[in-house]
Design a protein around this ligand. Structure first.
Ligand SMILES: NC(=O)c1ccc[n+]([C@@H]2O[C@H](COP(=O)([O-])OP(=O)(O)OC[C@H]3O[C@@H](n4cnc5c(N)ncnc54)[C@H](OP(=O)(O)O)[C@@H]3O)[C@@H](O)[C@H]2O)c1
Length: 493
């Protein structure tokens, strides 16, 4: 008797751990598969133990007993066989295999089986297994995850979830009502509505402070922060609840996010799920908030824009700062010749600790002569200084060099003329991090590279200075004072 084969696969919009947590439970199918009316494991065995038998009834009244033959948590594979059944499937052996999709947030699910059938019933039974069991199962599991997965079964969890989805959550938020000095960052109370479609509501535990927040507060980019507005581009925390159609996150998940619309200086916020990355156990919330946007920036600047490799002469400004320390450490590990400017000897030590091989101490933006004496010019300049260093940056560039204008801590850069650039055959770019994480998959890949670099010791543990959220004015004053090193983080408390 020839064996029939059925193979089906799909991609589930949820991370592999979430899908596997359901499927590894051999008795879970009556919770998520609509054809299964009722199922139990025989002899009081646990439902993930090889050899256990699930005894279940289908909605059409048929009855099946299946035995778990193998289960690998490492490879996310399980195999099972029909022991006896009122449906005429003989020698039925099925395998479920899960693999993570490369963006880490989705799961490839392969479901395959072979079986024999009575003569003449081949097509009918193949069809039943392919459509009635596998394809229907894919659709059912997707819907089950959308509804909240296992949490939906637990009545207390579901009632909490239903309640929080129905009601606003109060938050403490920093508001700018007039552009200006740091004291314009005022603490207010607000209500955060339930998350909309594609959004998650996050209770934030740590908020990253970036120099961009200062520009916004000062009104240098008013289109970016219309008044009244809340600054802040990144944070970390715990998902409170999820909006309709969100399947990749659940209440309780730890996440960090960065996104192109300000508003992170708050204790609770709704953000699109596409801005978020799930945090593993190795990355705490403060590290995530301190280094997601800055790490992603270091990644795209060195890898995509600077195309830094062994021997590239890199000049990094504010080398002891948030972005600067990450850039120095990563560029140095890439084999670049790393030069950096800092404004004090104390900062010089920190820059050196983070891999800056040639530290130039200058508080008044004089560095081009030093760069020429160290390396005859820079191939790549990573410039967050802006206008006060404009002429010196140009002087410091080697012929055919690339000036990456990241920011403007000293003031907005005056226009750069093409005639000026052509005189040294150099290039100039004015990038923004958000364009380099424009899709969820790009964000996940870059974030993962940052976390991996921490795990491998390429990036040193991030040095952070923390402030209560209500002390945002003090955090901004500190950043603007040129005294801070590493990253500043606000704690909503
Ligand atoms: N475009 C992007 O995608 C992107 C993303 C992230 C950050 N950035 C930019 O990268 C730069 C670094 O950001 P960060 O958040 O990590 O800040 P940071 O480097 O930790 O702090 C800013 C540093 O700039 C230096 N600085 C020089 N002149 C200054 C002045 N007049 N006022 C204040 N600081 C001055 C200071 O270092 P010294 O005293 O040692 O000189 C200061 O510590 C900023 O320009 C930011 O806008 C851009």
């Amino acid at each position: 008797m020839a064996l029939q084969k059925v193979v089906r696969s799909t991609v589930i919009d949820a991370p592999i751990e979430r899908v596997w947590a359901i499927l590894r439970d051999f008795n879970s199918h009556d919770q998520w598969h609509e054809v299964v009316a009722q199922s139990s494991i025989e002899d009081g065995k646990t439902s993930d133990r090889v050899g256990c038998v699930r005894n279940f009834t289908l909605q059409d009244g048929n009855h099946i007993r299946e035995m778990l033959l193998s289960l690998s948590d490492k490879d996310h594979i399980s195999t099972y066989t029909i022991v006896d059944a009122t449906v005429p499937l003989q020698r039925y052996v099925a395998t479920i295999t899960l693999k993570p999709v490369t963006d880490g947030q989705r799961t490839f699910w392969h479901w395959a089986s072979s079986f024999a059938t009575p003569p003449g019933m081949e097509a009918q039974l193949r069809d039943m297994v392919a459509h009635g069991v596998y394809e229907a199962g894919f659709a059912n599991l997707k819907r089950y995850l959308q509804l909240g997965g296992p949490a939906q079964k637990a009545s207390s969890a579901s009632s909490v979830r239903a309640q929080s989805q129905a009601s606003p959550v109060s938050a403490v938020t920093i508001k700018v009502r007039e552009y200006g000095e740091a004291l314009q960052l005022r603490t207010e109370n607000s209500d955060v509505p339930p998350p909309g479609p594609g959004e998650v509501r996050i209770r934030q535990t740590a908020v990253g402070v970036n120099y961009l927040d200062v520009y916004l507060r000062k009104g240098w980019i008013p289109d970016f922060l219309p008044l009244p507005g809340t600054p802040g581009m990144e944070a970390a925390g715990e998902v409170l609840d999820v909006g309709p159609d969100v399947t990749s996150l659940l209440p309780g998940d730890r996440v960090a996010y960065m996104g192109p619309i300000p508003g992170a200086y708050t204790s609770v916020r709704n953000v699109p799920v596409a801005w978020t990355v799930r945090l593993g156990a190795g990355i705490d919330d403060i590290t995530a908030a301190a280094s997601l946007l800055k790490g992603v920036t270091a990644d795209y600047v060195l890898r995509d824009l600077g195309r830094v490799q062994a021997g590239t002469r890199v000049l990094v400004h504010a080398a002891a700062g948030g972005v600067g320390t990450l850039v120095c450490a990563w560029a140095s590990r890439m084999g670049a010749l790393v030069m950096g400017t800092v404004s004090s000897q104390a900062k010089a030590r920190i820059a050196r600790d983070h891999g800056c091989q040639h530290v130039i101490v200058t508080a008044n933006y004089e560095f081009s002569a030093a760069v020429h004496s160290i390396a005859q010019g820079a191939d790549v300049i990573i410039d967050g200084l802006g206008d006060a260093a404009r002429e010196e940056n140009f002087e410091a560039l080697a012929p055919c060099g690339h000036w990456i204008s990241l920011g403007q801590a000293s003031g907005p850069l005056q226009p750069i003329s093409p005639d000026w650039l052509v005189s040294k055959s150099v290039t100039f770019s004015r990038p923004v991090a958000f364009a380099y994480v424009a899709t969820h998959s790009m964000l996940n890949q870059r974030a993962e590279r940052v976390w991996q670099a921490f795990r491998e010791g390429i990036l040193l543990p991030v040095q952070t200075e923390t402030f209560a959220l209500k002390d945002a004015p003090a955090a901004h004053a500190r950043l603007e004072s040129r005294q801070s090193t590493g990253s500043l983080v606000l704690l909503p408390g």
